[in-house]
Write a protein that binds this ligand. Structure first.
Ligand SMILES: [Zn+2]
Length: 273
């Protein structure tokens, strides 16, 4: 599933062709949404925002197109009148005079007014957004000390969108590894330095992944792998998807566990219990 950084990058692509432009034709191909979709036609897009893994395309008539990509949703941006060659189901079409922004496969789509947006069941439960530039490590440190979060295992807490929106499965493993924290440990078990590491790395790795298009490894580790011919997938991560392979720091084998129903990768030597 795309995580906060991937959704933000998709929003940037959509934003480049839509923001400040009039949407000449708009269609939503989901039962019950055809009429709402037509109300977006002739309107100007004022912003394309993200909240965690949701995208909000805002129009100057006060309506917002809410979309959550879940596993399979994908935005394409094309020059008109080109359309992508894909077997996916077309769900949303937004056409300006020159470009099209097209959402395929997603089904979690709504057209909302401002007040519906404020009361939205998914959005209103979200914690601060990891991709929000205004979010600081001290705000995260404060959240880590709250009673509702400090007794949760970090391995499950990091996937909880109510704690921090936009962290998904690969970022969870990468953040815990770089902060050297075992997933079974809870914020209440960590010392001040570990808590600071956890807060800092959560923000730093998400932003790095956004800038690099999904690479969390630092350039000092990524570059040698690239020159030795490793594929993109082989040089993205410290631990994620690297079960049985040597840890970049200590050389021990990377291990895999299931935490909150999803695969978590860790180095037992670098992240002791
Ligand atoms: Zn290690």
């Amino acid at each position: 599933m795309p995580e906060g950084p991937e959704i933000r990058r998709a929003a940037d692509r959509v934003s480049r062709v839509l923001v400040g432009r009039v949407v000449e034709a708009a269609r939503v191909h989901l039962p019950g949404l055809e009429r709402a979709g037509r109300r977006l036609a002739g309107k100007t897009v004022s912003a394309v925002d993200t909240r965690g893994k949701a995208m909000l395309t805002r129009f100057d008539n006060g309506l917002t197109l809410y979309s959550h990509n879940q596993l399979y949703g994908h935005w394409y941006v094309m020059k008109r009148p080109r359309m992508p060659r894909t077997q996916r189901q077309l769900r949303v079409e937004l056409h300006t005079a020159t470009h099209s922004a097209l959402l395929y496969s997603a089904t979690d789509i709504e057209v909302l007014t401002d007040s519906q947006l404020t009361r939205h069941p998914f959005l209103s439960r979200l914690g601060p957004d990891v991709m929000d530039r205004a979010l600081t490590a001290s705000q995260l440190l404060e959240r880590l000390s709250r009673p509702e979060f400090e007794r949760r295992r970090t391995g499950s807490l990091l996937l909880d969108q109510g704690f921090l929106a936009g962290i998904g499965n690969y970022l969870r493993s990468e953040i815990l590894f770089v902060a050297r924290i075992h997933p079974a440990r809870r914020p209440a078990d960590l010392d001040a330095h570990e808590l600071e590491n956890l807060a800092n790395e959560s923000i730093r790795l998400a932003r790095r992944s956004y800038r690099t298009g999904g690479v969390t490894l630092p350039p000092s580790l990524e570059r040698p792998l690239k020159s030795s011919g490793c594929s993109f997938e082989q040089r993205r991560f410290h631990v994620f998807g690297r079960e049985g392979r040597p840890c970049h720091v200590c050389g021990d084998e990377i291990d895999r566990q299931t935490v909150s129903g999803r695969n978590l990768f860790l180095c037992r030597r670098c992240q002791p219990v």
